[in-house]
Design a protein around this ligand. Sequence first.
Ligand SMILES: Cc1cc2nc3c(=O)[nH]c(=O)nc-3n(C[C@H](O)[C@H](O)[C@H](O)COP(=O)(O)OP(=O)(O)OC[C@H]3O[C@@H](n4cnc5c(N)ncnc54)[C@H](O)[C@@H]3O)c2cc1C
Length: 511
Amino acid sequence: MKFYKDHYDVVIIGAGLAGLSAALQLQQKGITDILILEKHNLPGGLATSYVRNGIEIEATLHEMMSIGTKEDRLKVGKFFDACGVDINWLRVPEAYRFVETSKNIDITLHAGFEKMAGEIDAQFPGWGPKVLEFMQLCNRVYDSMNTLSVTPMSKPAMLMKHPDFVKTAGYTATEVIDTFNFPDKIVDILTPYWIYVGNPMSTLPFTIYAFLMADYFRGGSYVPSKYSHEMSLKLQMKAEENGAQVEFCQEVDKILVKDGKVTGVRTRRGDTIGCDYVICGAYPNKVYTQMIEPLSEVPDGAIKMVNGRRLSVTTASVMMVLDDTPENLGIKDYNLFSAETMDTDKIWEEGKTTGPYKYLTSICLDLANPDATPEGMCQFSITTLPLVTGFLDLKEEDYYDFKRRMAKQMIDEYEKVSGINLHDHIVEIEISTPVTVAHYVGAWKGSIYGYSHSIDDHAIARLQMKEDDHFIDGLEFAGAHAISGNGMGPAITNGRAAAKAVIDAEAKKNS
Ligand SMILES: Cc1cc2nc3c(=O)[nH]c(=O)nc-3n(C[C@H](O)[C@H](O)[C@H](O)COP(=O)(O)OP(=O)(O)OC[C@H]3O[C@@H](n4cnc5c(N)ncnc54)[C@H](O)[C@@H]3O)c2cc1C
């Protein structure tokens, strides 16, 4: 039996969220001759779960951005709806509780600009209106970004219609926040989400920060009731229903290129499959150094580009099943950000090491999803998002000891900050590191967010450089490593953008 056709319009490498979203976007525009090749035996990439002792455990997702409420759907939520991918979204109860030990800060914020401003006002009387003003600025920039990403505009029109976007573009998050003269503690309270875009505030573009803050605080954040894998499975099923061929355990080894144009792919199994376009979930670093065949087809510019880009954060995570309910264990927060300091430059330096890590995100899934774990138990994870740097010198023979030490340190730190005993309640535990990520999905150096958004290289700059950064005809990238960067929502957006590039190229060819 022949496994593949000789030729497809589009081959998608990787059935992660980005690759699957690319397929659905293509199908919506009538491109249906699609082959998706996934090296793992499941869809979803990092959007996955695993089973221990009969209990399904979320592997990654803390919260999805850009979903929004049913009445005010945001970009990613709208996409799922439009594709007919019906996800049972559960709203995360609070934005975050934030504890900064060195400054005695302990505050819980909820979504809704007025609500969170009111919560800050309750601890810092009189500052609520100024916080609200700040959040409204973030929201205007957010709206402008959403408009401008689909409606290109002349500079004068942009200046007239999107003055706050224009005014704040080119400034860092710190520079814009400083103009509000908030007390230090309020600045710290407005900072914890920085890690979700993986760049210190001092060099993080305000535009990116504003997008993040407005998105999370406007519509709240969500998790699917059947874990992140619900998204993966339903996207895969819908892509297949719409006619795509999806094959698992099929790693693409080479992308075949002739005279600057994609001609097909070759799998590790040895199948050569022709195609007009490749949408690629593997990192450009890997593609341009190992996957293009022949390598002489890789232009110098591509190597310069990947060498010039700075990888964003990776992850170290301790995932546990605990033997009691959150209530009985005293766990009240879905999402706790805890830190010794909120100086993000210092935390960034800490992130270049193998710890001890003090800036932690702790999640109790059952507080958003009461059915997540069998009755009388709950699942709890502690995560830090370091750079890969510290892990590069780790010796293979020290790896398992290191993982145990790291997990113990992170659990100890959480227990110290929260006063909650986890150690005596752990029935299952798994520890993931950049090595796990690199091994499982093949992400370059275990990166999870793609490339970092700093003031000299971020989504908007990359959008403007799109043509210059496009090196091989017919090759598009879809993943957290593409233009928008970081996280599941942006990976989906990037998948759709890659599909749009293919749709536009096809339209140009046929015009
Ligand atoms: C612990 C942890 C917590 C996280 N928490 C959140 C969160 O709360 N919110 C959030 O938005 N994001 C979170 N993320 C990040 C998020 O998981 C990723 O950014 C996102 O899932 C990336 O999606 P992707 O499609 O770009 O890549 P991936 O999920 O890595 O998918 C790529 C797919 O391509 C396949 N592949 C790669 N190379 C090949 C090849 N050569 N041939 C065939 N197949 C190939 C891989 O097997 C994989 O299935 C977290 C990540 C981790 C690790």
